[in-house]
Design a protein. Sequence first.
Length: 299
Amino acid sequence: MRELAADVLVIGGGVGGVAAALGALRQGRRVVMTEESPWLGGQLTSQAVPPDQNAWIIDIPPTAAYAQWADGVRNYYRRNFELNDEAAADERLNPGGGGVSGLCHEPRIAVAAFDEMLAPYRSDRQLEVLMEFEPIAAETDGDRVASVTLQSRRSGDQVVASAPYVLDATEEGQLLDLAGVENVYGAESRDDTGELHAVDGPAQPLNQQSFTWCFALDHQPGVDHTIARPRDYDYWREYTPGDYWPGKLLGVADVHPVTLEARERPVFASDGSWQGERDSSFWHYRRIMTVANYAPGRY
């Protein structure tokens, strides 16, 4: 069985894993990073979730590494895509023109920006990245994780990686169970933590934020892609979550995230929604590509 040793072992190549690896690399440490999917970047790539490019990121300088990555995404578009003059000159270019973030973009571009940042360290072997490897076992020495056994999802080959510092960046806490690490989840009790905004009363382990599952859609006017009704179609078409939600789960009704007032957000607010207009439609919300950034007729 192959064995690897490094100063820092990062299990998980999502955004946090890449950031941790980069921080260690820039301090001269040797790093082994693993990722179970074919892409680095986690939420921003494999999960296709736009980054939280909020007002504090835009108006207050972010970390240097994040700024470098964001510039890398924008510059990739400027170098390789036929942007119109207005988009190319926009310092705060939002490639997808989505409303949820000031940096909505295609996942593969985020991968390219991450790869570019890590390229110098991969080249001189200061960084070794094991792609499509998942942790299957962990060995501990007291309260310290000494090594992690990883298995290739392609070949089944196994590798044992060890380091003085082992970081769980799996996003699902996979090392916690493998290493028997004490942990809690959900909403903690104020009695346990003393935190002002913790739960007043017993802890609520199942009080967790729901997840976002993204997939890409392309609007092609006049084209019918209707498929046969899937199993349980009628049930889910009519399903209503409960009194706290203003309508059907799969509908255009939702609530304002601050006031919780009911509102309607159609897929298209107008005929211009799919052509790049900024509006309140769901089409604009997480949009990762917009024809408005390109010359007429390019897409």
